[in-house]
Structures are given as structure tokens and as C-alpha cells.
Write a protein that binds this ligand. Structure first.
Ligand code: NAD
Ligand code: AHE
Ligand code: ZN
Length: 378
């Protein structure tokens, strides 16, 4: 068939809207009509050329929601008409990782996914002249139709609006899950969130759910203060506004001291910037003996994190999380329920709705710090 897509033709170039060929789903695969897709900073990261796995031409997008159109041979758990959310972290329930119960990082198809291919090593998309177009994160939601393996689709309830629940395909689950699954934050905790964008605000929302007492937000953009407060942030720091000679680490340590605890430091911190210097601050502002820092941000090719090993010797813990530690087919339908039951918010974070033809404006809004999530509707 033919479908419409925003194609990443080369690193650093705007996406090009074009008709593309899409082959039928093969064994174990499913053809989806995408109804809505969010634009995540990770799409921008790959488009910029900073992703070591970036490959072009490709169809980016990994935060979608849609409807099953057609199932390939052997598909057992889905049928045409089902509402689904694509999963860049699939859940096969059979691989060593899934069976370990220690991680959500299913390894069934990770190798081909990273090469922009379906599990059989081929691509379903091509240009009208036959040039292959690569898949992205196994999802390619910047297309009106796409093909995914059955294990990379979460079936969700049919009364949930596509233009909101698409955000559960990455940002919401990543932020809320980092708090509840990865850090396992307890009531009364003091936490710091670095970067108050589409992920950081969901970390704040997760911290509120977990009953954290002190939620400090850090961002270079003062507009994010109001945004953080809207979801439960209790204190805001703009590192650029600190008095000369006061580091962001010192400011956080001072804010978290009490008459009883004169050491200070956050119980938990979360990096939602992808900046390795910020990651270091996020670790070093946590409490001696027990502080945990969770890396969510994705850093460019070649970037490395550093700290004095003494920071770890003295009990701080550095962790990372992908997709908030969520097992997609199991957890995503529950998060959709949380949204539909009013337990978590999504609507205010969807700041812009755009047609596919204007998708590049969504990237411009992100660069300008003017959007939380821009969502493309088909
Ligand atoms: P975003 O652009 O919406 O937000 C980033 C925020 O960080 C902005 O508010 C920006 O002002 C702020 N910021 C940038 N540099 C900063 C600095 N030095 N100090 C303080 N604040 C700073 O991006 P997003 O969609 O929220 O994504 C955030 C990061 O999370 C990206 O690196 C993205 O690739 C990554 N991500 C990771 C996962 C995962 O599973 N691990 C999932 C989704 C996104
Ligand atoms: N391709 C990059 C890594 C990108 C990355 O870390 N992606 C996260 C999800 S970001 C969603 O917005 C992830 O899921 N990582 C686990 C995995 O298996 O990719 C690189 O550096 O090579
Ligand atoms: Zn994402």
C-alpha cells in the first residue's frame, strides 16, 4: 500500500512529507493506522545526528497510538479494530530478560530494531522509487500507517482519546515509571528533577503520586517554574540565577538540610536533560549514604559521565532507566486506565496539536522551549 509519512532524509535536515510504499505485515507482524503521535526529544536527538544508532532515510517517531488494520500470519493476541500503543521496548515474555523479572529491557528484537529493520532483517517502508526507508526504534509513528511486531504493541481500551494516550507511548510512562518502578520513591521523600520538559513534568507527577514531600525542579528556562508547580513541584532553581559562587549542588544540599540532618542532600534525583554535566550534579546533590540518582536523559554519541568514585563509596547510587522500567504490554494498558480514571494528568501537557504537514513546527517549538508536547494528528 501507499501511505503518508514525514521522512528523515538526512541528519540535521527538516523532515520531508511524502507518499511512501508500505509492505504487508509478515509473520508475527501487524499493520497499524497511526491516529496521533507525540514528538519526543529523542526524535530530535536522532534527527540532529547525535544518535550513534541514527540511520537515514528513516521514519522517526516512537510515541504513537492507533488502530490495528491487518494482522500478519501467526498473530494471536490482536485483531483488526483493536486500539494499540506501539512499544519501543517490546515485551515478548519469553526471552532471558523478560523471564528474569529483573528488567523491562526485552531483548527479543533489539538487534534488528537498532539497525532500523524488522525482526526478519528487512524494512517494510520504501520510497516510491524503491529506495528502502529504515524503521526507527521499531515504531516509526511519523507515518499514517506503520508495521510493528505483535510483541511491540500494547492493546488498550477503546474509549481513550488517541491524541492524549499517544504520550503514554513514551513521555508519561518514562517519567512516572522512573519514579514508581526504577527509584521506588517512598512517601515523604525529598527529590530533585533536572529538566522540566515532557519527561521531567511526568517525573514530578510520579513523585506527587508517590507522596514525595519536597520536589525541587531545576531548569534553565524560567517559564518552566509555573509548569512544574502545576504538577506538584515545591521549589524551583534556575542555575543561571544562583548567587555567584553557589553551585546547583550546594543550593540543593542547603535546601534539604534540617536542624536534625545537617548533612543535607536529596533522597532521589532524576536527570531529564541528557546533559552529562547535569547528570554529575544530579548524582552529587543526593544524600551521602543513600541518595539515588536516576539517569533518564539520552546523551550524544561519545559523551561520558564522570564523578569521583568517592561519591559512590559514600553510598550514592547511580542508576538509569529506559521507558520508566515499564513492561509495555502489561503496564501500558494500566497507565491508560490511570489517565482515564483521573489518577494522572495528560491534557495540559499537550500544548500543541499539528497536522502531519506541520510536523517540523513541532521540532521548532521544542527548540524554542515553547512546547511541552506537540502532538501530530492524522
Ligand atoms: P524536552 O526538550 O521537552 O525538555 C528538556 C528540558 O531540559 C527543557 O525544559 C530544557 O530547558 C531543560 N534543560 C536543558 N538543559 C538543561 C540544563 N543544563 N539544566 C537544566 N535544565 C536543562 O525533552 P524531553 O522530551 O523531556 O526529554 C528529556 C530527555 O529525556 C531527552 O534527553 C530525551 O532523549 C530523554 N528521554 C529518555 C527516555 C528513556 O527512556 N530513558 C525516554 C524519553 C526521553
Ligand atoms: N540510540 C541511542 C540510545 C537511545 C536510548 O537510550 N533510548 C532509550 C529510549 S529514549 C525514548 O525517548 C532506550 O529505550 N534505551 C534502551 C535501548 O535498548 O535502546 C544510543 O546511544 O545508541
Ligand atoms: Zn521518547
Amino acid at each position: 500500500m501507499r501511505t503518508r509519512a514525514a521522512v528523515a532524509v538526512a541528519a540535521g535536515k527538516p523532515l520531508e512529507i511524502m507518499e511512501v510504499n508500505l509492505d504487508d505485515p509478515k509473520e508475527g507482524e501487524v499493520l497499524i493506522e497511526i491516529k496521533a503521535t507525540g514528538i519526543c526529544h529523542t526524535d530530535e536527538f536522532t534527527l540532529s545526528g547525535a544518535d550513534p544508532e541514527g540511520i537515514f532515510p528513516s521514519i522517526l517517531g516512537h510515541e504513537g497510538a492507533g488502530v490495528v488494520v491487518k494482522c500478519g500470519p501467526g498473530v494471536k493476541t490482536l485483531k483488526p479494530g483493536d486500539h494499540v500503543i506501539p512499544l519501543y521496548t517490546p515485551e515478548c515474555r519469553e526471552c532471558p530478560s523478560c523471564l528474569s523479572r529483573k528488567t523491562n529491557l526485552c531483548t527479543a528484537i533489539r538487534a534488528t530494531q537498532g539497525q532500523g529493520l524488522m525482526p526478519d532483517g528487512t524494512t517494510r517502508f520504501s520510497m516510491l522509487d524503491g529506495t528502502p526507508i529504515y524503521h526507527y526504534m521499531g515504531c516509526s509513528t511519523f507515518a499514517q500507517h506503520t508495521v510493528l511486531p505483535e510483541i511491540a504493541l500494547a492493546k488498550v481500551r477503546e474509549d481513550a482519546p488517541f491524541d492524549k494516550i499517544c504520550y503514554i507511548g513514551c513521555g508519561v510512562t518514562t517519567g512516572v515509571g522512573a519514579v514508581l518502578n526504577t527509584a521506588n520513591v517512598e512517601a515523604g521523600a525529598k527529590a530533585v528533577v533536572f529538566g522540566l520538559g515532557g519527561i521531567g513534568l511526568n517525573v514530578i507527577q510520579g513523585l506527587k503520586l508517590a507522596g514525595a514531600d519536597m520536589i525541587i525542579g531545576v531548569d534553565l528556562n524560567d517559564d518552566k517554574k509555573e509548569w512544574g508547580e502545576r504538577f506538584g513541584m515545591t521549589h524551583f532553581i534556575n542555575p543561571k540565577s544562583l548567587p555567584e559562587g553557589t553551585s546547583v549542588v550546594q543550593a540543593i544540599v542547603d535546601m534539604t538540610k534540617t536542624p536534625f540532618d545537617k548533612i543535607g542532600g536529596a533522597d532521589y534525583s532524576f536527570d531529564c536533560t541528557g546533559n552529562v554535566k547535569v547528570m554529575r550534579d544530579a548524582l552529587e546533590c543526593t544524600h551521602r549514604g543513600w541518595g539515588q540518582s536516576i539517569i533518564i536523559g539520552v546523551a550524544p554519541a561519545g559523551a561520558v559521565i564522570e564523578t569521583r568514585p568517592f561519591q559512590l563509596v559514600t553510598g550514592r547510587v547511580w542508576k538509569g532507566t529506559a521507558f520508566g522500567g515499564a513492561r509495555g504490554r502489561t503496564d501500558v494498558p494500566k497507565i491508560v486506565d490511570w489517565y482515564m480514571d483521573g489518577k494522572i494528568e495528560i491534557d495540559p501537557m499537550i500544548t500543541h496539536i499539528l497536522p502531519l504537514e506541520r510536523i517540523n513546527e513541532g521540532f521548532d517549538l521544542m527548540h524554542a522551549g515553547k512546547s511541552i508536547r506537540a502532538v501530530v494528528v492524522f
